[in-house]
Write a protein that binds this ligand. Sequence first.
Ligand SMILES: [Zn+2]
Length: 281
Amino acid sequence: MLRIAVFLALALASAASAQQRKTILMITDAEGVGGVCRQDQTDPKDAEMRQLLTGEINAAVDGFLAGGAGDVIVWDGHDGSQTLSTLTIHPKARMIQGSLGASMLMERHFAAVAYVGQHSKADVRGGIMAHSFSSLGIQTMTLNGKTVGEIDVIAAMAGHFDTPAIMLSGDQAAADELKEIVPDAEMAVVKEGLGRYACLSLSAPAARDLIREAARRSVAKIGKIKPYKIPGPVTLQIEYTTRNSLAFEAQYRTGAEVLGDRTIRFKGKDILDVWRLYRSR
Ligand SMILES: [Zn+2]
């Protein structure tokens, strides 16, 4: 009987502490990883890229835990979520495979979000393999008139739920992009773009050391860095590429206005609203 009581007390205590644990959502991608400079390296099954990416992710997990995070959730965000494996991910991290959905799971109110392996938005000079969500499908994306890519949209969605973006690893162009909207976030610049497919990169061990330290320092900034918020109403405009021009039915989509063969505009009351309209088919 005593044993059962002790067990129940421990179970309740651990549930309570789980709520207070600082959980970090890590968004991962391939184009911003040190040593990844060519398009062929971004194939999800490329063994070397997987090793480079996993090494950077695990270094970041180490850093977050050393800095005081209680839980790190890693999203396999590159190309259809088929690049990471629970066989090689940090033993203390958990992993998400598959789509995060329109809200990007931010309604879970994570303590912070971080980016590992991040590239810059489309049309950035010196951005290694720069693109906004889809290099083949999307030419340009704007939010309230500002050109954006994954960095802004993810930071804004997190901010909508009062979660700050605290750290990024990637190329110089990606770091500059986050710095513009979250000046106090910790940056680990692992490579510099010398062109779209040319880069000056750190070695894998040096990149991992840099990332580990940036991640460790960033945890102390939770509560100090302001969540990034886009004031509503929010207009999202997307210009697709020629190979991805709009279907004729696009004009009937809720909240949508077709501006041309390749351009569509959505209006919503906030980022979550507009992103839901864009994502719903
Ligand atoms: Zn990407």
